[in-house]
Write a protein that binds this ligand. Structure first.
Ligand code: RIB
Length: 335
């Protein structure tokens, strides 16, 4: 089947431009529109008119799907989305996938059922092809998570370099035996943060002991359990980079339960800067993601797609920041 992306490729324009030509939006230059019409003819492209008609009847509602509503990181992103949505007369319908891919995918039918004008996904675990096909007919934006090498409009941070930064901070405090509790490696941000950890260690000539890298579940419990595993080793780590704040907090709880002090006996860096990170004891050193800004940006992009406007680019990488608090300490080497 010929898809809108094929037409866009042949005419050397974006899919949004093809879409605007088809819907006669009148904002496309004459020569560009002619190129698009030629490609449509040559490829015998049949736009999905039913989906387009469904789209035209506005609901003034957008759907946001989060992987796990219990992780307060996502509430902060939602706040950003909602602020722009409300400003523009939209209401937000929320879908909590509960970390379940099938449930995440089932929310996508809401678009076809005419219950929302567009979709923001804060999770990218559905089959990439399903989502790319859906985005041919409906406005779709990804935020926080993403697909590698995809052209789907996406807002995120650079998780690899952020993880490198977190690990380098521990290295700068003289730690060499650094552990990593990663997020699930079937989730892109889990993988990218793990990659950043390995890169930083390699760049500083430090070897990674495989027993000090464990795959967690982005949950408090997994951080606790895997830290207990590290602490049962003959030679436990002196520092830990956790793939998110919840796991960092779980790990600190485990260390405390074994009578260790953080940061005196163990330094810990988290990831996200959730609200509780600064209240926690000790206040957590962590990589802050610009949650509110990511939400706002994603909603602004979605509004453009809903209005069939062209996006200036499809990948938006926002800046992160390492927030140094009280959970890390320089390792003093005894002579
Ligand atoms: O989905 C869990 C994690 O992914 C969150 O903690 C946040 O880091 C997000 O990017």
């Amino acid at each position: 089947m010929v898809r809108i992306a094929d037409v866009a490729k042949m005419a050397n324009v974006s899919t949004a431009t093809v879409s605007r030509v088809i819907s006669n939006a009148g904002t496309v230059k004459k020569e560009t529109a002619e190129k698009v019409l030629e490609a449509i003819k040559e490829l015998n492209y049949q736009p999905n008119m039913l989906a387009r008609q469904l789209r035209r009847s506005e609901t003034k509602t957008i759907l946001v799907v989060v992987p796990d509503i219990t992780n307060t990181f996502f509430s902060a992103v939602l706040r950003g989305i909602e602020s722009v949505a409300i400003e523009n007369g939209y209401q937000v319908l929320l879908g909590d996938a509960r970390n379940d891919v099938e449930s995440e995918t089932s929310f996508l039918t809401i678009l076809g059922q005419k219950k929302a004008d567009g979709l923001i996904l804060l999770t990218a675990r559905t089959d990439q092809k399903i989502l790319e096909d859906l985005s041919q007919d409906y406005p779709v934006v990804l935020a926080c998570e993403y697909y590698e090498g995809s052209k789907l409009p996406t807002v995120s941070i650079d998780n690899v370099s952020s993880a490198r930064k977190a690990t380098e901070y521990l290295i700068s405090l003289n730690h060499k035996r650094i552990g990593h509790i990663s997020g699930p490696l079937n989730i892109v941000v889990g993988r990218d943060r793990c990659r950043g950890f390995h890169q930083a260690m390699a760049q500083h000539g430090l070897s990674v002991d495989p027993s000090l890298v464990q795959e967690g579940e982005f949950s408090f419990e997994s951080g606790f359990n895997l830290m207990m595993k590290f602490l049962s080793l003959e030679n436990p780590p002196t520092a830990l980079f956790a793939g998110n704040d919840e796991m960092a907090m779980g790990a600190i709880k485990a260390a405390k339960s074994k009578g260790l002090r953080v940061p005196e006996d163990l330094s810990v860096v988290g990831f996200d800067d959730i609200q509780f990170a600064s209240i926690f004891e000790p206040a957590l050193t962590t990589v802050a993601q610009p949650t509110f800004d990511m939400g706002q940006k994603a909603m602004r992009l979605l509004l453009k797609l809903i209005k069939d406007e062209e996006l200036e680019k499809d990948q938006f990488i926002l800046p992160d920041q390492l927030i140094v608090r009280e959970s890390c300490k320089e390792l003093t080497i005894e002579e």
